[in-house]
Design a protein around this ligand. Structure first.
Ligand SMILES: O=P(O)(O)OC[C@H]1O[C@H](OP(=O)(O)OP(=O)(O)O)[C@H](O)[C@@H]1O
Ligand SMILES: NC(=O)CC[C@H](N)C(=O)O
Ligand SMILES: [Mg+2]
Length: 508
């Protein structure tokens, strides 16, 4: 999952500091690389590199990032290699000069790459699907041949993107002298919002992956960008919106509600926080139904994400809720780290038990999800080492059994602990005394209660049904071979530099 931001201001100010602030609250969506591009006096300025937002941008970079229009990105790789060359935004010089930032994952980037190369005579310098998306958009805009593109031209190009690209894409692009456009795939798999702020020079617009980014820089939410819709802020600062897909149908990724998004975000008018509270309540009902005579003494969340669901679970069960694990606030999210060794080590560095909450007690540990099982395995052992009598585990999401192809880095079924295992087998594999999972119907209901107009969600990691209809066994096999942990470690060993940043000057 990546995070993106785009800002156009009518004031004659540099927007880079605000983009920086917005990226810091989207950091949970991607920890590998970060970048900002701005536009001033008909030129792009850029800084992008591997690392966290706070490490990538120094004062000298911020000074160079001049301009009242800009876009930014935090990356969590799901396609291509890691490394500086794949940090975003991406740039093409023609037409107009376009920079683009993307959250999601294209499922037909191999076919599109061939078409771009063989028929459209375009060069791609990386193996990033986001560079593919940018070039498809650029090619479709160039074909229209306008010296000054009108909103209808921008929307026509987005329509062509929808016809050609498959998979998940929320994107923001900036066109030198002509404005900023943001669009969301026809299923709205990844989130995207737009907000405004009135400044002395007129109305400013901000698009972002999550509404928290609007909050932190003082913008008011206008709306979610609808599935298939494009929003375009032209060179005069006027906002245009248009539906650009033939059959849009909102099917947002439910894993955003489970894990990815911040609880203080609203996605498709659904409060992530309230949804997680409902998840805890639904889980409590299941426990009461299935084990009315349980002997749980205390409910302990595995920080951070499960704290919200853990509270309502404990409340509804009428059991004490205790913070039994303290999180080292300087360690990032472990699940989105590359490589299993780093993930396992980080769990130990990140969480430390408070012994007295465990000694002699039957503890129910709550997590939002169990994916590879890295966290639960370690945590259960830590709870036992801290003296717990019995260790029960509850997951606010159902078993994760299928790979994700829409922007979450779970490419390999074999790496998922619940793949091909029954609940009892997972329970044994993680070393718990009892394991209870949320039912998928309940999970969907918890999200839907926030907005009954959302008639369905992409639940592919739980049910193996891929909403874009183009993901078959062959695709999943190829993805597994190319991107499982071992394959990527091998790629890193073969090409540690992952290529150089080609395009715009990006000094250190
Ligand atoms: O089964 P696993 O493969 O370990 O993945 C699942 C775990 O990873 C995530 O935590 P993470 O540390 O990434 O972030 P958090 O602090 O937001 O909970 C998630 O919240 C689970 O705890
Ligand atoms: N998680 C994402 O949204 C990733 C975006 C893009 N597929 C990349 O790998 O850079
Ligand atoms: Mg966690």
């Amino acid at each position: 999952m990546c995070g993106l931001v785009g800002l156009v201001s009518r004031d004659n100010v540099n927007v880079a500091p605000e983009i920086y602030d917005a990226l810091t609250v989207l950091q949970h969506r991607g920890q590998d690389a970060a970048g900002i591009m701005t536009c001033s006096r008909g030129k792009f300025n850029q800084r992008k590199s591997e690392g966290l937002v706070r490490d990538v941008f120094r004062q000298q970079h911020m000074q160079r990032l001049e301009g009242s229009m800009g876009i930014g990105h935090v990356r969590y790789p799901t396609a291509g290699s890691s490394g500086p060359a794949l940090a975003q935004p991406f740039y093409v010089n023609s037409p107009y000069g376009i920079a683009l930032a993307h959250n999601g994952n294209l499922t037909n980037s191999a076919a599109l790459t061939r078409a771009l190369f063989e028929s459209e005579l375009r060069h791609l310098n990386t193996d990033s699907d986001s560079e593919v998306l940018l070039n498809i958009f650029a090619y479709e805009l160039q074909r229209l041949g306008k010296l000054k593109p009108q909103p209808s031209d921008i929307f026509a190009a987005v329509n062509s993107v929808h016809r050609r690209c498959r998979g998940a894409y929320a994107a923001v692009a900036m066109l030198v002298n002509h404005g900023m456009v943001a669009f969301r795939d026809p299923y709205g798999i990844r989130p995207l919002v737009i907000g405004y702020r009135d400044s002395p020079g007129g109305r400013d617009y901000l698009v972002a992956s999550e509404s928290v980014a609007l909050d932190v820089v003082g913008f008011t939410l206008i709306d979610d960008v609808a599935p298939g819709e494009a929003v375009f802020v032209d060179g005069d600062g006027v906002l245009h919106r248009q539906q650009c897909a033939e059959n849009p149908e909102l099917r947002p990724c439910i894993f955003e509600h489970v894990y990815f998004a911040r609880p203080d975000s609203m996605i498709d008018r659904i409060s992530v926080y309230k949804t997680r509270m409902r998840q805890g309540s639904a889980l409590a009902s299941k426990i009461q139904r299935e084990r009315p005579q349980h002997d749980i003494d205390v409910v302990i969340p595995i920080p951070d994400t499960s704290r919200t669901a853990g509270q309502s679970l404990a409340h509804d069960l009428g059991i004490k809720f205790r913070e039994g694990f303290i999180k080292n606030r300087y360690i990032g999210r472990t699940f989105i780290m590359p490589g299993q060794r780093q993930r396992r080590k980080s769990v130990r560095q990140k969480l430390n038990p408070i012994r007295l909450e465990f000694e002699g007690k039957n503890v129910m540990l709550v997590d939002d999800s169990i994916v590879r099982g890295t966290t639960s395995r370690e945590i259960i052992q830590m709870a036992r080492d801290a003296g717990a009598a019995r260790v029960y585990v509850a997951s606010a999401a159902p078993p994760v059994r299928y790979p994700n192809v829409y922007g979450i880095d779970m490419p390999s079924a074999a790496e998922l602990i619940a793949h091909g295992r029954t609940v009892d087998e997972v329970c044994a594999a993680i070393g718990a005394d009892w394991l209870v999972y949320q039912d998928l119907d309940d999970l969907v209901r918890c999200s839907q209660e926030g907005n009954s107009n959302v008639s369905g969600f992409d639940c592919s990691v739980f049910d193996g049904k891929y909403i874009t209809g183009d993901v078959d066994a062959g695709y999943l096999r190829d993805l597994d071979v190319a991107r499982n942990d071992e394959a990527r470690a091998q790629q890193d060993a073969n090409d540690p530099a992952h290529g150089a940043v080609v395009g715009i000057h990006n000094d250190r």
